[in-house]
Design a protein around this ligand. Structure first.
Ligand code: FUL
Length: 509
């Protein structure tokens, strides 16, 4: 073993780095590998099936609900009397109906936040719904939500905070690790299929607080065993935190990254460290480039580690009535949509139920306005009216595949040309202000730069440009009209492959 490998083994064994789950979404890079060998490794990395299924969900919602909802806090300290937890009209079917109507494909529930209060009748602690007046202590919120999701065809996921400010075993590392594994076991065996397990990186214990050594490896092994289809997010190997809680994405957004990005030590350090009473403290640990060729240099391995953008529709993650008039506007939500789903990420949008146990009317209004706007924008793919062509496509992978709506058929370039272009020829000029591209990520992520051009006054003119595409890329630009349009791919790691392409015109506001 050379030094780098010993270091890597040390980092994994000591829990500084999330291990990689499947062989196909991790490729080791030999020590001293030259640029060509690094590139080869980057091209060999693929999403696992569970990552692929997760990516296709695109849009799903977060529910933060618990004692904080009733105390006005963002981070409970674990001493709140369970008697406060008393929603008067809780209806999980309403939450699920709203999420579904909003176009979301799944829901993640804070089964336990940092305060340690469990929303299900767990055997691991008394600090749970059992001690609350809600449903006379006989309620099980995890069950109500999981059942409502299943009935409506939504995926169900759980947030379980490793940081626990109530449990007496916290800080006694082996004992608490066992408690945590039992909590996971309960959640992952009693409530049907789970699509995502969300492990927060936040840990606010000060230097005099209890220090817990989390045995993440054992948590992962248990999750794989009980819910093999579930992705493990944030402090986990399958889904990466985008790096901020404000809904911002980045370009380039690579899902193919140096394994060092998955260092749990780093994720935890970048996570939220502090809160104000009713609002999280904005922090941006994004960095603007994680996976360019430059960043891959010197890595010991490359992983498929796609990004999730998590943000709240309100200033806080939990409901505070003082924020009823601070719900993000449909316009702000639209910006978030483009900087998450439109930037090779998924969107996990938090909608916190109020003290009644219902999603507030203002949140519903804005969510539905977003849904209407997105649907109206993407209702008609104008590119379908065009004759599509590209120079020397691979046989069976012609440009016509780009508008057939089939996620398994794709366009593929054959040549080793330094540039590729797809042309769209229309009978009459078309007007549009949105471009959509989707790479065939089942074969990896390859595109490093592209631009959109229109033909005008006898020459090609650049309208918009971007770096990475990945699973999905959306560009917004000023309205343009033309009979001839082209997408030029100007930098790539191997012959580009695209599943779909679209040109759209957003409705006037
Ligand atoms: C953060 C937590 O500290 C917040 O309270 C919230 O749960 C958010 C999703 O993650 O790190």
């Amino acid at each position: 073993m050379n030094t780098k490998r010993i270091l890597l083994a040390f980092l994994v064994l000591t829990g500084w780095m999330a291990p990689v789950a499947d062989a196909q979404n991790y490729v080791a890079v030999p020590d001293g590998a030259d640029d060509a060998a690094v590139l080869e490794a980057a091209l060999a990395v693929r999403p696992s099936e569970r990552q692929m299924a997760w990516q296709e969900l695109e849009y799903y919602g977060f529910i933060h609900f618990g004692p904080n909802t009733f105390t006005g806090k963002e981070w409970g300290d674990g001493t709140t009397d369970p008697a406060v937890f008393n929603p008067t009209g809780l209806d999980a079917n309403q939450w699920v109906a709203v999420f579904k109507e909003a176009g979301m494909k799944g829901l993640i529930l804070t089964a336990k936040h940092h305060d340690g209060f469990c929303l299900w009748p767990t055997a691991t602690t008394e600090y749970s719904v059992v001690q609350s007046p809600w449903r006379s202590g006989k309620g099980d919120l995890v069950k109500e939500v999981a059942d409502a999701c299943r009935a409506a065809g939504l995926k169900f996921g759980v947030y379980l905070s490793p940081w626990d400010r109530n449990h007496p075993a916290y800080g006694d590392s082996p004992a608490y690790n066992e408690v945590f594994r039992r909590q996971l076991t309960e959640l992952l065996t009693n409530y049907g299929e789970v699509f995502e397990v969300w492990f927060d990186g936040a840990n606010g214990e000060g230097p005099n607080g209890k220090v817990q050594q989390y045995d993440f490896e054992s948590y992962y092994a248990l999750i794989r065993q009980l819910q093999p289809g579930a992705v493990i997010a944030i402090m986990g190997p399958d889904v990466r935190w985008v790096g901020n809680e404000a809904g911002k994405g980045r370009d380039p957004e690579w899902s193919v990254l140096p394994v060092e990005v998955a260092s749990r030590r780093k994720i935890a350090a970048d996570s939220q460290q502090d809160v104000k009473q009713d609002m999280f403290v904005p922090k941006d640990a994004r960095g603007n480039d994680l996976g360019s060729r430059e960043k891959l240099k010197g890595t010991s391995g490359i992983i498929w580690y796609p990004s999730e953008v998590d943000t709240s529709i309100r200033p806080g993650w939990f409901y505070h009535s003082s924020q009823d008039d601070k719900v993000k506007s449909p316009r702000q939500l639209e910006d978030i949509y483009y900087s998450s789903i439109g930037m090779n990420s998924t969107l996990l949008l938090n909608i916190p139920p109020d003290r009644r146990g219902l999603i507030h009317e203002n949140d519903i209004d804005h969510l539905m306005a977003l849904r209407r706007r997105i649907e109206a924008t993407f209702a008609v793919n104008l590119a379908r009216q065009a004759k599509l062509s590209s120079v020397r496509p691979a046989r069976g992978f012609e440009a016509t595949k780009l508008t057939d709506g089939d996620k398994h058929s794709y366009w593929k370039a054959t040549t080793a040309a330094s540039e590729h272009a797809i042309e769209f020829h229309f009978k009459k000029p078309v007007t549009f202000d949105r471009l959509m591209l989707q790479e065939n990520i089942r074969n990896g992520q390859r595109i490093e730069a592209f631009q959109l051009e229109i033909y005008q006054n006898g020459r090609w003119m650049k309208v918009a440009e971007g770096l990475t595409v990945g699973y999905k890329r959306l560009l917004r630009f000023e309205k343009v009209s033309s009979k001839k349009v082209r997408v030029k791919i100007t930098a790539f790691r191997a012959a580009p492959e695209l599943i779909e392409a679209g040109l759209y015109l957003a409705p006037e506001n």
